[in-house]
Design a protein around this ligand. Structure first.
Ligand SMILES: [Zn+2]
Length: 737
């Protein structure tokens, strides 16, 4: 394959978290319209045959496309519909007021729910507090509460109060609540499936009591259609925050299975309902939204079909599409089962019955998923248009699922971008041209070689396997039997890869890890050494010198545009670049600006001053000093002699050719704020370490302080040169050099 455009399209801007965010596939906002533009498609009808990420649909509609979405998940459909309406905040407030005013006996629903969570401040005893409770699995009471008091400002973790225990005893007959929430989805069924039980068991009794009183009153809510829609969307958030899948320990909470963590949070569900507003009111201007067969205006909008796309048998009834553009899902048992149950809770048994499959099936394996995705490809292949997809959270077996499902449905992969750190792919399929034979005649190792040469740095097994699968599919490799999808496909492909990568004539393993964790490099590396980390740093510097104020996403997007789509910048590394060169901008969240000491003039002054210091120390120690970059100290009386390079960046490879010398020890003088970056490169890239590991790295401040040392002589110089340990400690260094 040719490594180059399309670039990897990262987030154009970051969007606030959406309802169900933790279940939805991560989507780089803007990617699908970038991919369409790259493919020369600027306007017209686009089909999303899966509709499992509302943000991608919204983004396409905002970019001026007309989007046809087929989605058989009414929960996701409702979120999309309410988001598109962009109701004013007043409409949300009115909806919540109508809902809260529902009467349960003498009491308003709102006060009845709020009362269950009243938790007085341990200090001032006010009940004007915000609380979330901390639980251990299978306990009857929380073990602590996180509280902030609006009255006295107290804030922290406290033990639970007597009132907290009393509240829990007020929730009534839990068996009755359980029966009610099950009957709502499966009337007359006293023995629900394991999946349904799993869902119910993932709710605490108090949450189940709240949910049961909510769904009990839902049908009697008499209000406008708009407000009813709003309440239904907000309740999805409540149902999600009501379950126990909110682990205290896990920072990143992306459940795929319904499995209750050992310790978790319980939230005040009325507060959750109110907070849900900011998670759905995230666009300013409404987007026209219609239900098929009604179509939105030519100026753009969304046409929603609440079912599977292949239920529409007559494709002539559909608009004339320019392309398919979607986010490919990974199976998510948790999301699908919850959504089936929640639709029952909101809309009753008929809605739940539509998703019956999810209530019965508990495991989604590789073959199941390939077949499910294949029906989408098979259907859309009849449209004879490109199929563009973002595929996040990929493992190598899922890459194969998608590529094989597409290949066996008359699609040919022509382009791809891939983010190894995020494991996120961007694929461009076109209807297969059977007449042309494009099959590659190159060695199987060729794409991996080209990739490593371009990266100019080693890569690990998983990264190279992804690259191998994608690039060889683009090259229509005969050895790849993608059309045949069975259990042997992954194993065979992996074996082909392992045979290739273990060819010692071409590749080197640079560590002594197990094969599946190992890193690889080229036996014959490119003559010009410009490692990836340094290339990116150069590009980063150009950007931050030109722009006054920028967000993480903006820099990442810029850098990614300059590199091949298979080589986007790692977020982890970019964060380090930002901390080294930039400071957060206090007046705008998530924005950065260059630190003042990093301005060009300021760094030029540093370099000048340090050049003079090196000169004067050299002369003081009895060397003859010459040159500029490098400055050389030579003397026949002293051993060793030195050569100095001064840099404001951590792009050490710029000195590579000049640093190769037997006569001199090389010293690189660099700003202390670059230490962590440099350390990172040396630790993470064994080839980098091999080139530069023996150099003396000396910080600006250390050189200045040595210069101020009145007793400095050659002996002390040698002793203290490396005493402000610059960058890295020797550990776990590679073995094969
Ligand atoms: Zn207080």
């Amino acid at each position: 394959m040719k490594f180059g455009k399309p670039a990897y399209f990262s987030d154009k801007k970051s969007m606030p978290p959406l309802i169900l965010d933790r279940f939805l596939p991560p989507y780089p906002f803007g990617a699908l319209s970038d991919m369409l533009h790259f493919s020369g498609i600027e306007k017209g009808w686009i089909l999303d045959p899966i509709g499992n990420q509302p943000l991608s649909v919204i983004e396409l509609a905002q970019a001026g496309f007309q989007v046809f979405v087929a989605c058989n998940n009414p929960i996701l459909g409702k979120i999309l519909q309410v988001m598109c309406a962009a109701y004013p905040i007043s409409q949300y407030q009115a909806a919540i007021a109508d809902f809260g005013a529902l009467k349960r006996g003498e009491k308003r629903l709102e006060s009845q729910i709020k009362q269950l969570y009243i938790s007085p401040c341990p200090d001032c005893l006010s009940d004007q507090t915000e609380v979330r409770f901390l639980w251990k699995k299978n306990q009857s009471f929380p073990f602590a509460r996180e509280l902030s008091c609006k009255n006295c400002g107290l804030n922290g973790l406290y033990k639970i109060a007597e009132e907290d225990r009393e509240n829990l005893s007020q929730i009534g007959n839990i068996q009755l609540h359980r029966t009610k929430v099950i009957q709502r989805i499966l009337p007359g069924n006293s023995d629900p499936s394991i999946a349904v039980k799993e869902v119910i068991d993932s709710y605490l009794p108090r949450s189940l009591a709240v949910i049961s009183s909510i769904i009990n009153k839902l049908d009697s809510l008499i209000t406008t259609t708009e407000r009813k829609d709003i309440i239904e969307a907000l309740l999805i958030h409540v149902f999600d925050y009501g379950n126990m899948l909110w682990g205290i320990a896990s920072s990143r909470n992306r459940p795929k299975q319904i499995s209750v963590p050992a310790e978790f949070y319980e939230f005040n569900l009325w507060k959750v309902l109110e907070e849900a507003v900011t998670r759905i009111r995230i666009i300013e201007n409404a987007i026209p939204f219609t239900y098929f067969p009604v179509l939105p205006p030519d100026s753009g909008g969304i046409c929603f079909y609440p079912g599977r796309i292949n239920a529409i048998k007559d494709i002539d009834k559909l608009p004339k599409f320019r392309a398919v553009a979607t986010v490919l899902p990974r199976p998510n048992q948790a999301l699908w089962t919850y959504n089936a149950v929640w639709s029952g809770w909101i809309w009753g048994q008929d809605a739940a019955r539509k998703l019956k499959g999810a209530l019965e099936r508990r495991r989604y394996d590789w073959i199941w998923h390939t077949q499910a995705i294949r029906t989408v490809f098979a259907y859309t292949s009849k449209l004879e248009v490109p199929f563009l997809a973002v595929a996040p959270e990929l493992s190598n077996s899922y890459i194969l699922v998608y590529l094989s499902a597409a290949s066996s449905s008359k699609f040919q992969l022509e382009n791809a971008a891939y983010h190894p750190e995020l494991k996120s792919g961007q694929f461009y399929w076109y209807p297969k041209q059977t007449s042309i034979n494009l099959r590659s005649k190159n060695e199987l190792s060729k794409n991996i070689q080209n990739y490593l040469a371009l990266k100019n740095a080693p890569a690990d097994y998983q990264e190279l396997l992804s690259l191998f699968i994608i690039s060889e599919t683009i090259d229509q490799r005969e050895a790849f039997q993608l059309e045949k999808f069975d259990n042997t496909l992954f194993i065979n492909t992996q074996k082909l890869f392992e045979d290739t990568i273990q060819n010692k004539e071409v590749f080197l393993q640079v560590d002594d890890d197990q094969l599946e964790n190992a890193e690889f490099w080229l036996k014959n590396p490119p003559t010009q050494y410009q490692p990836f980390y340094d290339q990116i740093e150069g590009c980063f510097i150009r950007y931050v010198l030109k722009n006054q104020l920028f967000s993480f996403d903006e820099v990442a997007y810029f850098i990614n545009q300059q590199f091949p789509g298979m080589l986007p910048v790692s977020n982890f590394y970019l964060q380090r670049l930002l901390s080294s060169y930039c400071a957060p901008f206090s007046e705008e969240a998530n924005h950065y600006q260059l630190k003042s000491q990093e301005f060009i003039q300021s760094r030029k002054n540093d370099l000048n001053q340090l050049g003079k210091i090196i000169h004067s120390i050299g002369i003081k120690l009895g060397f003859s000093v010459s040159g500029d970059q490098p400055i050389e100290w030579s003397s026949s009386d002293h051993e060793p002699n030195y050569r100095f390079f001064i840099t404001a960046s951590s792009i050490i490879s710029q000195f590579k050719i000049k640093t190769e010398s037997n006569e001199f020890e090389t010293v690189i003088i660099f700003p202390g704020s670059r230490a962590e970056l440099l350390s990172y490169k040396l630790k993470n890239d064994p080839v980098y370490h091999n080139h530069f590991g023996k150099i003396h790295f000396v910080k600006f401040r250390h050189l200045r302080s040595m210069n101020e040392n009145p007793g400095l002589n050659f002996k002390t110089w040698v002793q203290i040169l490396d005493s402000d340990p610059a960058v890295w400690q020797e550990s776990n260094q590679p073995v094969l050099f």
